[in-house]
Write a protein that binds this ligand. Structure first.
Ligand SMILES: *Cc1c(COP(=O)(O)O)cnc(C)c1O
Length: 407
């Protein structure tokens, strides 16, 4: 315990950096150097016909990880979402259902392909509201759901799939926050027709920028590969269907260049091998923080996890319903003063990665009163793996102390 100048107990402080990721594993650095020495950074650039490239191998390994047949690596997670929707056949003006609580690349991708985003309410467990989803399906005649597993929280996938099947709705999964997570033992991303992942620095594996699509459907993945800009070199893919599938569509599919390169694939492959271990490390950090808040369950509301879900939380969310506007401000300011950088999802103006659906002015949105109410007092804290388990316990303790100091 430290005493301050007046001899009082000094308040706890945290000195870590909330946006600092771990260094890349040495094997990633070695693989990146090998690619740079070769000069062959473009994914289709091979020294001899049979050579496999880092990008093609990453796709093969990720498909295997997902226990799916196909995978395509591309430029970003947001770009992957666009490709998946185009491959499915979203046309200008088509309604596309999606979560009202998500991050801006999701409505942005719908906008980019000319779709009309229809936003669905969120429950207090931060997952899509199935009753509201069903009513919107009936109301709008939409045929596609782009489901964002926002902040890694998995909805009851069994109930969701049954509902979608009853109404003949296709599912594309945005797994930017659920790489490595499972539902009933099956990887997140296998429940829909295509799943999109991000390998951007703040996700579960880090190549700066990057995206992955996994899929079991021959034609959808062939379209996505052609769209990504294959220069008709699709035979160099290792997690793709036979060339006959491409023959039927290759002249009807535009090239929307957005490939991954071998440098990024090279640094991702060793990280994919370490993903499950890191998943356990993230859970230890989440649990350390959450256990402190759970001791004051009347004050802090944490989203409940579905018993069939295994999640990999790289951030934590909690609500403090008792706060009014002024208390909310004081809480955020005092946490920041003590070194705890919280994001608030309810802010009227977008702040870094948080933005409220009503700030996406390019959409025509209807009010979502339940989502408004949830986001009003919803806080978010990143948990990078550079924090120790003790760090996370300390951050949780600071949050509870600051909450108690606010009357
Ligand atoms: C990060 C993210 C994406 C896509 O990310 P990119 O930055 O384009 O790779 C998509 N959805 C969600 C929810 C995300 O957080």
């Amino acid at each position: 315990m430290t005493l301050d100048r007046n001899g009082d107990l000094a308040p706890l402080r945290f000195n870590g950096n909330f946006t600092q990721q771990e260094p890349l594993p040495q094997r990633s650095i070695d693989a990146a150097l090998a690619v740079m020495h070769s000069g062959r950074l473009h994914r289709y650039n091979v020294a001899f016909a049979e050579e496999s490239t880092e990008t093609a191998l990453l796709e093969l390994e990720f498909a295997k990880y997902q226990k799916q047949r196909y995978c395509l690596a591309c430029a970003s997670g947001g770009y992957a979402l666009q490709l998946a929707m185009r491959a499915w056949g979203v046309k200008s003006g088509d309604p596309v259902l999606t979560n009202g609580f998500t991050l801006s690349p999701v409505p942005g991708a719908i906008q980019a392909v000319g779709g009309k985003a229809i936003l669905v309410e969120t429950t207090s467990d931060l997952v899509i509201d199935l009753a509201h989803l069903e009513s919107l399906i009936v109301q709008t005649g939409a045929r596609l759901l782009l489901l964002s597993h926002m902040r890694g929280h998995l909805v009851d996938m069994e109930a969701l799939c049954e509902l979608l099947e009853n109404h003949g709705i296709s599912l594309i999964e945005d797994c930017a926050h659920t790489m490595g997570a499972t539902f009933q033992g099956r990887k997140s991303g296998v429940h829909g027709i295509m799943a999109c992942f991000s390998t951007q620095t703040y996700k579960h594996i880090n190549s700066g920028e990057g995206g992955l699509i996994s899929c079991d459907d021959d034609v959808l993945i062939a379209r996505a590969i052609l769209l990504s800009g294959s220069y008709m070199l699709f035979e160099r893919h290792l997690a793709a269907p036979p060339k006959e599938v491409f023959e039927q569509i290759r002249l009807d599919t535009p090239n929307l260049s957005g490939r991954m390169d071998n440098l990024r694939a090279a640094i991702l492959r060793p990280q994919l091998a370490g993903l499950d271990d890191n998943g356990r490390r993230w859970n230890q950090r989440y649990d350390a923080f959450a256990n402190v808040l759970h001791k004051q369950a009347n004050t802090f509301q944490l989203p409940a996890r579905h018993p069939a879900a295994y999640e990999i939380p790289s951030s934590i969310q909690f609500r403090i319903p008792r706060f009014n506007e002024q208390q909310n401000r004081r809480f955020l300011d005092e946490c920041a003063r003590r070194g705890v950088e919280l994001k608030w999802f309810g802010a009227a103006d977008p702040n870094a990665y948080t933005s409220r659906y009503d700030s996406w002015h390019y959409l025509e949105t209807s009010p979502l009163p339940n989502t408004d109410n949830i986001l009003r007092r919803l806080y978010d804290c990143r948990l990078p793996l550079t924090f120790s388990v003790e760090d996370c316990e300390l951050i949780g303790t600071i949050v509870t102390q600051v909450e108690q100091s606010i009357d």
